[in-house]
Design a protein around this ligand. Structure first.
Ligand code: TYD
Ligand code: MG
Length: 475
């Protein structure tokens, strides 16, 4: 527990210091430390009164691991993409934090989910600390949700909110938009500070556990992608979802970062339309729309997001550099992974890119994290360098090892089925997955296996102008 007098708190991670300093030693953030009234007083106050002072403990009944506990019951929100990411629906008594850039659509998503749940006959309370009731109404009216029996309040004091809710039947869902605007009487610092955010969240979490209401907290995200302030809240809540997307594209991705009640690798895909967020049931079609067929430097990657296959286009541009140190620009993929693929291309296949700028882009603004994208990235790079377009009807997947071998990856059949469904005729994939080939015998997709990256490079070079690759191999 913080010592009395330690009243300088890092607003990014919550570390406390005795005096002000420019950089937080705990998280490395600059200029994030602000003075707050946190001494023992506030922390003590935020504890239930029974825990203050030296009270004799109550004797607990210890339980065994084995026992009959039913699966967490779920309340489906009625928005399938949202439920998928939450692990099948909202768990009563759980608290979910949903983060995202301002303007990405958090409020829109939550008012839609609230309305869907309320229409299904559940009690839903939506508390906005950022907008007036009239503004929330206006948005609901624009979305055609004005008739949904959602109970609204524009309020920022958590004690008032909890007192209001305690008076009636516990809601199935309580939405707090946003946690940064909430404040509690028990903490003395200004609203929006770490102490206030943490104390407010604590009270709301306690309310959720006690009443069985599912609570969704909205949190703002800083430029570097962290949920500002609520970094400290992340540990306290049951699930953390992030809502991503960029201004240039109309689709949004809901991703689970932590989930005590479900998997963390699922994504939900939405499209922002004039009538709010629309669910995208088949994201591959969306990510492949407007694809440049037959242009060198693009490869279709058969990926997986959680249990769902997803096809995306990977674009590479390799151009001679005019700089001393060539540029390596990556959007949507891991830049150290790109360095690795470039190093393997150079060391194992003789493709030298030291005098070339490399730009890599995952089309549509999606972020992919799977190593299985290695093969598609390598194919796009070699295709761009050699000027030879890859076949438009082929998908690629496979992990590349440092030895230059192409290694099998999980979920082969699911990837191939998705590719077949979208009309692709062949898949370039790792060798050593014979069972996949057998399983896929009845689909329309032909599998082409490669066991090493050099094999793939040779094949692409043979398609187009082989001299381009040969020239760069000479140095
Ligand atoms: P909002 O839900 O207010 O974002 P957040 O709560 O994450 O800050 O979404 C705001 C943006 O969404 C706004 O820039 C306009 C856009 N939008 C639409 O394109 N269509 C719609 O139907 C709605 C309600 C919003
Ligand atoms: Mg909002």
């Amino acid at each position: 527990m913080a010592k009395r007098g330690a009243s300088f708190v890092c607003q990014a991670c919550g570390a406390t210091y005795v005096r002000w300093q420019g950089k937080c030693d705990a998280c490395g953030a600059w200029n994030s430390i602000a003075e707050e009234e946190v001494g023992g007083g506030a922390l003590q106050n935020s504890l239930p009164s029974a825990q203050r002072g030296g009270r004799k403990g109550r004797v607990l009944t210890l339980e065994s691991l084995a026992g009959t506990t039913e699966d967490a019951p779920r309340t489906a929100s009625g928005i399938a993409e949202f439920d998928r990411v939450a692990g099948g629906g909202l768990v009563p008594g759980s608290v979910l934090l949903i983060g995202g850039d301002p303007g990405i659509g958090k409020s829109t998503l939550l008012i839609q989910a609230s309305a869907a749940l309320a229409r299904a006959g559940q009690r839903v309370v939506y508390v906005s600390g950022e907008e007036a009731v009239a503004q929330v109404r206006l948005r609901a009216a624009r979305l055609g949700l004005a008739e949904a029996p959602v109970e609204l309040a524009a309020e920022t004091n958590v004690e008032d909110i909890v007192a209001t809710l305690a008076a009636g039947r516990a809601p199935a869902l309580l939405v707090i938009d946003s946690i940064q605007t909430m404040w509690t009487d028990t903490a003395e610092s200004a609203p929006g500070t770490v102490t206030q955010v943490r104390s407010s969240a604590q009270i709301l979490i306690r309310y959720a556990k006690r009443s069985g209401a599912a609570v969704i907290l909205v949190g703002h995200v800083t430029k570097d992608g962290q949920i500002a302030g609520p970094r400290v809240v992340e540990h306290m809540v049951d699930a953390v979802l992030s809502f991503e997307g960029d201004g240039a594209h109309q689709f949004r991705i809901l991703r689970a970062q932590k989930n005590r009640f479900g998997p963390t690798d699922e994504i939900g895909v939405f499209e922002m339309t004039g009538l709010g967020l629309a669910e995208v049931a088949n994201p591959s079609e969306l990510f492949l729309s407007n694809r440049d067929r037959g242009a060198p430097g693009t490869a279709v990657y058969a990926g997986m997001e959680g249990t769902r296959p997803l096809l995306v286009e990977i674009q590479a541009l390799v151009v001679p550099t005019s700089l001393g140190t060539p540029r390596r620009a990556v959007v949507g993929w891991d830049s150290s992974r790109l360095s690795m693929v470039l190093a393997v291309l150079e060391a194992r296949c003789g493709v030298k890119l030291g005098a070339h700028d490399v730009h890599l882009n995952v089309a549509g603004g999606l972020r992919i994290g799977e190593p299985a994208a290695d093969l598609a990235v390598a194919a796009a790079l070699v295709s761009s360098l050699s000027g030879a377009a890859l076949p438009a009807d082929a998908v690629y997947f496979g992990e590349i090892s440092l030895t230059g071998a192409v290694r099998p990856v999980a979920y082969g059949p699911a990837r191939l089925k998705e590719a077949a469904k979208l009309g692709f005729a062949r898949a370039v994939m790792p060798a050593g997955a014979k069972d996949i080939a057998r399983e896929m015998a009845d689909t329309s997709i032909a599998t082409e296996t490669v066991s090493s990256l050099a094999e793939l490079v040779a094949e692409i070079a043979a398609r187009g102008r082989p001299r381009a690759v040969a020239r760069s191999q000479d140095g």
